[in-house]
Ligand binder design. Structure first.
Ligand SMILES: [Zn+2]
Length: 296
């Protein structure tokens, strides 16, 4: 009898420790595997390109993957992704609202120099949402006349980025992310999470930005993302390279799915531009994300 009871107790103890061990094991294993899978998916999406992809969990703010290839530096000019922060600064200051229109006739003269927009003939009269969707430089040059460098600095700081005021000059170049300051993919991914979390569906600045970012991927500069298998919202950027203004880099920053964000991310590609490099890389990345999450 005694031996039988001891045997039974020992058996229970083993069963218990086995189940504790397997719980611990399974709690650790899938997350490690998922992180490795996600890093692999990032590297596969980059393929032969030099670049970096950072993915953040929208709910927790945890960095799920930060995959970079050899030859990429830490930080680069944000280019047109900065227009989101410029829009935030102007909305927050109350100097524009979602209905404010500026006209783009393809060229504008500022400080004795002529600056051009990407669209021959210009974008015409645009509201903020369409200015972001089509990434119109001239719209943002005009909006920036209502802002100071300090306004832009405050707006970046509201998203946790300390940009020195001297690198936000002149304000019209800073408004389009071309005044010399740089950002990292991790900073941009966390910034996207921040915007996504403040989307209340109302007319607060972040909700306005989120609507515009959805338009970027449905009918704007990143409409190639419609084929990605999961909806997303974001912004393109093609900053010129400091050493050679004829050459550019590519950014796409955003979150997915578009209406119930689970991940926020930043894709950076050395050389090329947003349309030729960062957007196609994002399509590949989201396709493998959609394959892993059939619910989306
Ligand atoms: Zn334009």
């Amino acid at each position: 009898m005694e031996a039988g009871r001891a045997h039974k107790a020992l058996f229970c103890y083993f069963r218990l420790s086995l189940s504790v061990a397997s719980t611990v094991l399974f709690a650790l294993l899938p997350s490690k595997t998922a992180a490795a899978d996600l890093t692999d998916a990032c590297l596969r999406a980059l393929g032969s390109r030099t670049g970096e992809i950072c993915i953040v969990d929208v709910r927790t703010g945890r960095i799920l993957a930060d995959a970079r290839t050899d030859g990429v530096r830490t930080a680069y000019a944000p280019g047109s992704t900065a227009k989101l922060i410029t829009a935030y600064a102007a909305l927050h200051k109350g100097v524009i609202n979602p209905a404010t229109r500026f006209v783009c006739r393809n060229a504008i003269r500022i400080g004795g120099r002529t600056y051009h927009c990407t669209k021959p003939g210009g974008h015409g009269a645009l509201r903020l949402e369409d200015a972001i969707a089509s990434s119109c430089n001239i719209w943002f040059y005009q909006a920036s006349e209502r802002l100071t460098c300090a306004d832009l600095q405050k707006a970046w700081a509201a998203f946790g980025l300390a940009i020195p005021e001297k690198s936000l000059k002149p304000v019209f170049r800073a408004a389009v992310g071309e005044s010399g300051f740089t950002v990292t993919p991790a900073q941009m991914a966390l910034l996207m999470r921040n915007i996504a979390l403040q989307d209340t569906g109302s007319n607060n600045p972040c909700s306005v930005l989120c609507r515009a970012m959805r338009k970027v991927t449905t009918s704007g500069t990143a409409s190639a993302l419609k084929g990605a298998g999961v909806s997303c919202a974001g912004k393109t950027g093609s900053p010129s390279q400091p050493q050679d203004s004829q050459r550019r880099h590519g950014w796409f920053v955003g979150f997915a799915p578009a209406h119930n964000p689970q991940i926020a991310f930043a894709v950076f590609c050395l050389d090329g531009n947003a349309y030729r490099t960062a957007v196609p890389v994002t399509v590949k990345l989201l396709k493998s994300y959609a394959a892993q999450k059939p619910g989306n």
